[in-house]
Design a protein around this ligand. Structure first.
Ligand code: F6R
Length: 612
């Protein structure tokens, strides 16, 4: 929801902080700020709006400090404004904090501190933190590390989720960080150390990372990093080497991250298929030891996720049910966690999350665990929170996804879910081997077929030019095509701000057709040969009422006139969404570009929804 960066070392902190914030802007961009320790006092710069505003401010002052913390905000408590932007100081201006997450009991804490004589300058929940630190620091017992002790006492009072960085002018060579239910990584350099909410922010400085655990503290200096548990007893921690290429997190010459990520899909699929199978051999997952004995006891699968990841789950459900014969339900995480679902040890719950940090998805996972079910996470981020909670984890290998609107993560999730279904089917002997082999062969052909779909970009661009001024659009499909329609409609809303609805084509007559009038755009996906005729009848109904039609299909369609047709290669219907969604991603992209919108950072949205 917000992004944080920290630096302590020998270089000037400010440029490193700004660089980090720029690559974290997808996490929030309504305001940003930084704090450094300059001449024994804390210097703060902050501004409303994009990080570029903050960058401008830094050009007007000579900051030479070698320690600093920074933040890019996506408002939750208090409107986007300069005073609400982080960092926040305590009243004595000795401690300064940036925070990602939500302090649920901040009203209570604010009242407590007010009674003790503290006052507040912002409407944020965060401002209680530096003041609590000050309160405990000034009232603390003698301790060999009073700064750490005061931070820990303050953190003990917090309820909610947080990733926190603290520095103090009293300790100009020290930074303290702690997290709970909000991501935080520490990058280890040579004579310098880095902190960030997400790896790409500091990937150009180091490839060696520590992934901080919940309720774990780290105390950093330029040369050392010490880790403590929540009783402040020190422990050692394993370092992880992250192989991502720093340039993978940059735009590589594309106008926007979203377009780059759309074009990266053939490779993301290739990487995600990885070495899970070769033709004629069974599927395998190196780190997944799900035995036949356990799998045969499963009588129900839930796939739980949010937004686009949930749409990938819908496609996965088809494969799970048809190949494994296990009843499978797909749930929206924010609904699942509060609807008291029927779960027991015979239920397998699969959670899909690109970021691995989505608060609702993590809470839904914890719920299933508490009811005795086994949980399996599907994530794109190694070591993310969800992977640390789940019993099992499998990874998509889409690489960092920076654009807020998910594209390559979705197609990678779909392919991985289908491979997982094949793996289960092979373990359970629930499906004919030749059917599975033919599906595998189609999966292996996906990257080259995706390249062919991407060659059709011009047709989509032309169609986008024709329709970008419209206010309402409709997406139709049946079966998996309906799930793709849902994803296409979400993409359009997200980045082009055009109202749209996706309908199961058969539902049209039950109400929505009343909305169809002359000139309305209806986009249909037709890839399932068994359902094509029925879907065409539905499209005829809207054509009769004057609709403009775009059809995405892998079928030969005769005797019907559509305004635009995008032909995509044929493939197995379990994986056809991976091909048919691409024209829809491109359509939203080009509509948004025609409207002059910022496709990578759509309004009101953040990449990682780490609060409820
Ligand atoms: C849409 C989009 C969101 C995410 C959703 C879940 O383009 O990106 O709908 O899919 O917020 O995010 P993750 O997968 O990180 O849990």
């Amino acid at each position: 929801m917000c992004g944080i960066v920290g630096y302590i070392g020998k270089q000037k902190a400010t440029p490193i902080l700004i660089n980090g914030l720029l690559s974290l802007e997808y996490r929030g961009y309504d305001s940003s700020g930084l704090a450094v320790i300059e001449n024994n006092s804390i210097a703060i710069l902050k501004d409303k709006g994009r990080v570029s505003n903050l960058e401008e401010l830094t050009k007007n002052c000579e900051l030479t400090s070698h320690i600093g913390i920074a933040h890019t905000r996506w408002a939750t408590h208090g409107k986007p404004s300069k005073e609400n932007a982080h960092p926040h100081l305590d009243n004595s201006e000795q401690f300064v904090v940036v925070h990602n997450g939500i302090i649920e009991n901040y009203h209570e804490l604010r009242e407590f501190l007010t009674q003790k004589g503290y006052h507040f300058l912002s409407q944020t929940d965060t401002e209680v933190i530096p003041n609590l630190i000050h309160y405990y620091y000034s009232n603390g017992i003698a301790d060999e590390d009073p700064f750490l002790r005061a931070v820990k006492s303050a953190v003990d009072d917090l309820k909610g989720s947080y990733a926190i960085e603290v520095i103090s002018k009293l300790y100009p060579d020290k930074m303290i960080v702690v997290r709970k239910d909000s991501p935080l990584v520490i990058g280890k350099g040579n004579g310098e150390n880095f902190v960030a909410s997400d790896i790409p922010a500091i990937l150009s400085y180091t490839k060696d990372f520590y992934l901080l655990d919940d309720n774990e503290y780290a105390v950093l200096s330029a040369d050392t990093i010490h880790f403590y548990d929540n009783t402040l007893s020190e422990h050692s921690k394993a370092i992880k080497n992250i192989e991502w290429d720093a340039t993978a997190a940059e735009k590589n010459g594309y106008e926007d991250y979203m377009l780059k990520e759309i074009y990266e899909q053939p490779n993301a699929i290739r990487e995600t298929i990885g070495s899970h199978f070769t033709l004629g051999e069974k599927c395998s997952f190196d780190d997944l030891s799900i035995e036949k004995d356990y799998l045969s006891t499963i009588n129900k699968i839930f796939i739980v996720a949010c937004g686009t990841a949930m749409h990938a789950g819908l496609v996965g459900k088809n494969a799970m049910e048809k190949l494994c014969h296990i009843p499978t339900e797909v749930d929206i995480a924010s609904e699942f966690r509060y609807r008291d679902p029927i779960i027991d040890e015979k239920t397998l719950c699969i959670y899909i999350s690109q970021s691995g940090e989505t608060a609702d998805t993590i809470a839904a996972l914890k719920l299933a665990k508490s009811k005795g079910a086994k949980t399996l996470a599907v994530s794109n981020v190694i070591g993310s929170s969800i992977t640390r909670e789940a019993d099992y984890t499998i990874y998509t290998h889409a690489g960092p996804e920076i654009a807020v609107a998910s594209t390559k993560a979705y197609t990678s999730q779909v392919v991985l879910m289908v491979i997982l279904a094949i793996y289960f089917a092979e373990t359970l002997n629930s499906c004919d081997t030749s059917e599975l082999e033919s599906l595998k062969s189609d999966i292996l052909d996906l990257p080259s077929k995706l390249e062919a779909v991407l060659d059709e970009t011009r047709t989509i661009e032309r169609f986008a030019k024709k329709i970008y001024t419209e206010h309402d659009m409709y997406f139709l499909g049946r079966g998996s095509d309906y799930y793709v329609a849902m994803e296409g409609s979400l993409k359009l809303k997200e980045i082009s701000y055009i109202h749209s609805e996706a309908y199961a084509a058969g539902e049209l007559k039950h109400g929505p057709i009343a909305l169809i009038e002359n000139g309305v755009t209806v986009i249909s996906i037709l890839t399932n040969p068994n359902l094509v005729e029925k879907c065409i009848s539905n499209i005829q109904e809207v054509i009769t009422r004057g609709a403009k039609t775009l059809v995405i299909t892998n079928q030969k369609l005769h005797n019907v006139h559509f305004d635009f047709v995008v032909n995509i290669p044929e493939t197995n219907s379990f994986i056809s969404p991976i091909l048919s969604v691409v024209p829809l991603q491109l359509l939203s992209y080009y509509i948004a570009k025609n409207k002059g919108l910022d496709v990578d950072k759509p309004r009101n949205l953040a990449k990682s929804v780490t609060v409820e």
